[in-house]
Design a protein around this ligand. Structure first.
Ligand code: FAD
Length: 402
């Protein structure tokens, strides 16, 4: 391999370039990214960055890293087409770049529900640094925000808004918070946590319309309720950026479909990170995960393969989310759990929930219990279980099981 092109300058793309050099790859590496900013981390955008806007901690690598490692960064440029026959990508300005291997790390974009009034410029969203800068600029003048979506990002922002005494109404279409990723007892704990912070939660309802009259904006919900708001933040989930792959004839099904080596149907093209759907060894099914762990570990797996050490991807999934004073950490995927064991006291704000399928531990959710989380990660990654009686006893030392 001489020429590697990476489309997407996010977590996965930058990690791949870095890992390739780390492993001694000496061919050319080009990253094409359509965002103008030096590649940055997204997690702080809904956390530290909104507390005091400071770009300093955001970049994934210092500016000097790229030239020092002979990595060509083409920022502000978009790949619009893949010419698979000639192994070239075509950029927006019709320039062509040749590849021996192409990696798609195109990430995802926010899903904007098709609701009248949500296509207005005053609507806020949070995926990019540009979005976060705009939100920050607006914060000072806001007294009420409507958050659409009760997932990680909507709830992280709601927590920060409440800390600034900004009123929040949060609208969630299902009956629970973070229902796609959390067990019901943990989701219920977060419901009362956010209610105590003063966020008004609306479940099983949709924003039906947004009506503007001069300086006033009114949000109307499908359950008949309505209220005045200063601004609306859409945090209703994301969609993989898979159009480039689909248009090139690659298989797409909730993301760009790859095999266990993270290769698409074309042996010269891989995909990774938020945009890729891959066979997950822990669930046995296809998964598309939206996390830094997934982006970074997949990038390292591809770097290893491209430098001669092909190995199926078996990265162990873990996540985190900071909401108000609650630091949520999740080890493993909870899909299909049929039993839960509580460890610690939820009233104390520091506890974990161990999730089982039969007698087998499959995931652990922790709030302000970093030690439980770290132990769970080590045990689960090694495919080890924890007897339920041990999990239930906070005095029992999990370390001894390792
Ligand atoms: P991305 O970071 O989305 O990068 C993809 C890049 O490709 C983008 O810049 C995109 O514009 C670009 N691109 C797309 N198409 C093209 C094209 N055709 N040509 C050129 N460029 C293109 N994860 C956690 O684990 N913990 C957290 O606490 C957490 N918090 C988050 C908070 C926020 C506000 C957000 C938005 C995400 C958060 N995440 C968190 C998720 C995490 O940031 C993502 O999983 C991760 O960034 C995925 O990396 P990626 O490289 O796959 O995609």
């Amino acid at each position: 391999l001489k020429n590697i092109i990476i489309v997407g300058s996010g977590h996965a793309g930058v990690e791949l370039a870095s890992a390739l050099r780390h492993r001694g790859f000496d061919g050319s590496i080009t990253i094409v990214g359509d965002e103008p900013d030096l590649p940055y981390q997204r997690p702080p955008l809904s956390k530290e960055f909104l507390k005091g806007p400071d770009d300093a901690g955001l970049p994934l690598k210092g500016e000097a890293f790229f030239p020092a490692n002979s990595i060509t960064l083409r920022l502000g440029e978009r790949a619009k087409h893949i010419d698979r026959d000639n192994r070239e990508i075509v950029l927006d300005d019709d320039n062509r770049l040749a590849y021996d291997h192409l990696i798609l790390a195109t990430g995802a974009r926010n899903r904007i529900p098709p609701i009248p009034g949500l296509d207005h410029p005053s609507i806020l969203e949070l995926r990019t640094l540009e979005n976060a800068r705009l939100l920050n600029e607006r914060l000072a003048s806001l007294t009420h925000v409507t958050v659409v979506g009760g997932g990680f990002i909507g709830l992280e922002v709601a927590g920060l808004l409440r800390a600034r005494d900004i009123a929040v109404d949060l609208v969630e279409s299902t009956s629970v918070l973070m229902g796609r990723v959390l067990s019901s007892p943990m989701s219920a704990w977060f419901r009362s946590f956010h209610e105590q912070l003063g966020t008004k939660l609306h479940f099983e309802t949709l924003v039906q319309g947004v009506h503007r009259d001069g300086a006033h904006t009114e949000v109307r919900l499908s359950n008949g309720r309505h209220f005045q708001t200063d601004s609306i933040l859409i945090a209703a989930g994301i969609m993989p950026n898979a159009e480039l792959a689909a248009e090139a004839g690659l298989s797409v099904d909730n993301g760009i479909v790859v095999d266990e080596l993270l290769v698409t149907g074309d042996a010269a093209i891989s995909a990774m990170g938020d945009c890729a759907a891959y066979p997950n060894v822990f669930t046995g099914g296809m998964a598309r995960l939206e996390s830094v762990q997934n982006a970074v570990d997949q990038a390292r797996c591809i770097a290893a393969r491209l430098t001669g050490e092909a190995k199926p991807y078996d990265g162990f999934p873990w996540f985190w989310s900071n909401q108000g004073s609650a630091r949520l950490q999740i080890a493993g995927l909870s899909n299909g759990h049929d039993g839960t064991v509580l460890r610690g006291d939820p009233e104390s704000g520091k506890f974990s929930i161990f999730l089982y399928r039969g007698d087998r531990l499959i995931a652990v959710e922790s709030v302000n219990a970093a030690a439980d989380h770290m132990m769970a990660r080590r045990l689960l990654a090694a495919h080890r279980s924890v007897p339920k009686a041990v999990a239930a006893d906070p005095a029992a030392n999990l370390k001894e099981l390792i």
